[in-house]
Design a binder for this molecule. Structure first.
Ligand code: NAI
Length: 252
């Protein structure tokens, strides 16, 4: 049976670890060629090796998504190498620090908004320019349950993730008639390096996190990646501007 994404090209940011790596691999397993983008060179190269082991072509491009010139270069390199971009998963993100609103450090606010929110806008800007030339494409942005509800102590993160929901909807409306679908996923607590940093690797805190989830456990990066691939596939051809919780029931 022919794989559904043979001949397609997928670009994933933040693909050196966690959800982004799982997404890159999921695209690879469906037959897509993959562009792996991240600031983490070693992790990015490892993701490329994993994609190639899944029998597809992949390249790594070092890119800080908060830098306009680097994002422009990323898209140019992707198109130079593979000729097009069918799917983009804009996923790079950082958690910032834990602090109350009155104590939240301004420089951390700026960094979180620059990477998480401006980064998604910049990626969409250059991806959509390319997709318009090709006549279509599908984009998935990684928001969070913190993009649909509040959360104490992570002010900039909440702001950035709500912002992603907003620009996803705006982009979906602007390009709905150009064959470009734009959706957001809102993961709950997914066991990645980000959660290990957040819980400082404490197994008891991790167990509490798992226990507090309606489904009784944390999500896996692969469970999130499956939803990304599905949203990009023809099976989701009438879905645009949507925000899909992948959260084990957290927002139910
Ligand atoms: P992670 O820390 O494993 O992966 C994030 C990746 O983004 C890393 O490879 C990192 O090097 C990269 N990155 C950071 N700054 C970058 C920049 N300026 N330019 C390019 N790449 C950069 O964490 P995880 O959990 O896989 O996070 C992926 C996305 O999922 C993030 O946007 C995060 O906010 C989101 N998310 C994660 C949840 C979780 O529970 N793990 C829940 C909801 C959303």
């Amino acid at each position: 049976m022919e794989l559904p994404f043979i001949g397609k090209v997928a670009l994933v940011t933040g693909a050196a670890s966690g959800i982004g790596r799982a997404s890159a691999l999921a695209f690879a397993r469906e037959g897509a060629k993959v562009v792996v983008a991240d600031v983490n060179v070693a992790g990015g190269e490892e993701t490329v090796a994993l994609c190639r082991a899944a029998n597809t072509d992949a390249i790594f491009v070092r890119c800080d998504v908060s830098q306009s010139n680097e994002v422009e270069q990323l898209i140019a390199q992707a198109v130079d190498t593979f000729g097009r971009i069918d799917f983009a998963h804009n996923n790079a993100g950082i958690e910032g620090v834990q602090a109350t609103l009155v104590d939240y450090p301004e420089e951390v606010w700026d960094r979180v908004i620059d990477i998480n929110l401006k980064g998604v806008w910049l990626c969409m800007k250059y991806e959509i320019r390319q997709m318009l030339q090709q006549g279509g494409g599908a984009i998935v942005n990684t928001s969070s349950v913190a993009g649909l509800s509040g959360s104490r102590g992570v002010l900039a993160y909440v702001a950035s993730k709500h912002g992603i929901v907003g620009i996803t909807k705006a982009a979906a409306l602007e390009y709905a008639r150009s064959g470009i679908r734009v959706n957001a996923i809102c993961p709950g607590t997914i066991h990645t390096a980000m959660i290990d940093r957040f819980t400082q690797g404490d197994p008891e805190v991790l167990a509490q996190f798992a226990e507090s989830e309606p489904i009784g456990r944390l999500g896996s990066p692969e469970e999130v990646a499956n939803s990304v691939v599905w949203l990009c596939s023809e099976k989701a051809s009438f879905i645009t501007g949507a925000t899909l919780p992948v959260d084990g029931g957290r927002l139910a």
